[in-house]
Design a protein around this ligand. Structure first.
Ligand code: ZN
Length: 202
């Protein structure tokens, strides 16, 4: 049986998203259309600046909800792997979207993280201007902090529009891995993680 750990009330995710200047984004959207040689008053575009600003609001102000529900561990040092979480983010170099499949592993210390929390943690860091390497580092940091486990690994496999739509114009999957603690020092453990991720994606 798992017992829910009672958190002090008011303790929620420490990750507070910024607030956008909505009206400013609407007027910038209109200015952008003009700069691109478009007529922002033609029928198809009349509501585009507002829709665009709404999208930015939804993206930047994403609320992860409570990411901190944890359970007391029954067994220690068990390997937990959660894979197949796809998030969408924006490359900060080109402001073009990328998708990233995230897999997270950790060795259970005292706290088992509720499963949906992994997805929320991945989402909260995806909802900002990013590069893939920082995305997976931030996820690993947060999983370490919340589970109090030093042994964490995260893999991200991303497909970047800035590679598909511009520059080299080729679809490619870019994979990055970050390892902490035992995942860094123990190649067998790292191999177990990679095998579980590969098997679960079939
Ligand atoms: Zn880019």
């Amino acid at each position: 049986m798992q017992h829910k750990v009672t958190l002090p009330s008011g303790v929620d995710s420490p990750i507070v998203p910024p607030t956008i200047d909505f009206d400013q984004v609407v007027s910038l959207g209109r200015a952008l259309l003009i700069a691109l040689g478009e007529d922002p008053d033609r029928e198809g575009l009349i509501d585009t600046p507002r829709r665009w600003a709404s999208w930015w609001k939804e993206f930047i102000e994403y609320q992860p909800g409570n990411t901190e529900t944890t359970f007391e561990a029954i067994t220690h040092n068990q390997l937990v792997v959660v894979s197949g979480m796809r998030v969408y983010s924006l490359c900060e170099h080109h402001l073009l979207p990328f998708s990233c499949d995230i897999s997270i592993a950790y060795l259970v210390k005292d706290q088992v993280l509720g499963l949906s929390k992994f997805a929320r943690i991945a989402q909260v860091f995806a909802h900002r201007l990013q590069i893939q390497e920082r995305l997976i580092q931030s996820i690993a940091d947060e999983v370490q902090r919340i589970t109090d486990s030093a042994d964490v690994a995260v893999i991200g496999s991303g497909v970047h529009s800035c590679m598909s739509m511009r520059g080299i114009r080729t679809d490619a999957t870019v994979s990055s891995l970050t390892t902490r603690g035992a995942f860094e020092s123990n190649p067998d453990l790292r191999a177990d993680f990679m095998r579980l991720v590969t098997n679960s994606s079939r």
